[in-house]
Design a protein around this ligand. Structure first.
Ligand code: C5P
Length: 237
């Protein structure tokens, strides 16, 4: 199972993103492009980062009717990204439409994963605002099972939930886990967090790390620390 650190490039412009990645001394981290950057810079930034040989997780968290999501997934897959995602809340039918759309193109297909419950959401918020009363771990496992049944490759979840997801969906079902903080860094708006080393012990396959790297005075060094803690000594990328 490939393990890797994915750097969340949550920047408002292409220029800022490229300037940030230029500070990695020639290393080419696996990067995540989310809504902020994609809506600001469009498909061009994806193409530019591909030209620079970055692997790309396009994190647009699609959630709409099955037909719209399927057609959109097809358009985004043609950009040549490595990984993309939809919301499990969209139902098995929507996820299946997304997965089937990926089979219609030539060439290698991206990994398709589902967002379960955002790592910023607490049990209390889920109960009071979304009227979901089951324990969050159970909600995540159910959404993961739905994603697997729809033919998806894995889920985005908290590292706290990675072991539970693997227990239900199998070791090969990917867990991509944001909500990562160094022992000495700020949580920010994240609630269900872990350190890279804890995420490794819980069995996360990919960790997604934003502010602990983008906000560091030396991002390359913070990235190296993340790789060291998550992948183990001697497996820096
Ligand atoms: O800065 P930070 O490390 O909190 O960034 C985490 C990244 O992962 C953000 O880009 C956020 O949108 C994304 N993400 C998340 N929780 C999810 C799915 C994606 O934090 N469930």
């Amino acid at each position: 199972m490939p393990k890797d650190v994915i750097v969340a490039c949550d920047f408002p412009t292409a220029e800022e993103t490229l300037r940030f990645l230029d500070r990695f001394d020639g290393r080419r981290p696996f990067v995540k492009i989310g809504m902020e950057l994609f809506y600001a810079a469009g498909p061009e930034i994806v193409k530019e980062l591909r030209r620079r040989q970055h692997r790309i997780f396009l994190d647009l968290k699609l959630h709409d009717i099955p037909n719209t999501v399927g057609r959109t997934v097809r358009v985004l897959a043609d950009l040549g990204v490595e990984m993309m995602n939809v919301h499990a809340l969209g139902t098995v039918r929507m996820m299946r439409a997304a997965r089937e759309a990926l089979d219609t193109g030539g060439g290698p297909r991206p990994l398709l994963i589902a967002v379960t419950q955002l790592t910023s959401i607490t049990q209390e918020e889920m109960e009071a605002e979304l009227l979901i009363s089951a324990p969050i771990e159970e909600v995540v496992k159910t959404y993961a099972r739905n994603a697997r049944d729809a033919g998806l490759d894995g889920v985005v979840c908290s590292p706290r939930e990675a072991a539970g997801v693997h227990a239900v969906c199998g070791a090969d079902f990917l867990t991509v886990t944001p909500g990562i903080r160094f022992a000495d860094s700020e949580a920010g708006d994240q609630r269900r967090i872990m350190t890279p080393a804890q995420a490794r012990r819980e069995g996360s396959d990919y960790i997604v790390v934003g502010r602990p790297i983008t906000g560091a005075s030396d991002p390359a060094e913070a990235y190296t620390r993340c790789c060291r803690e998550f992948l183990g000594e001697g497996r820096e990328i």
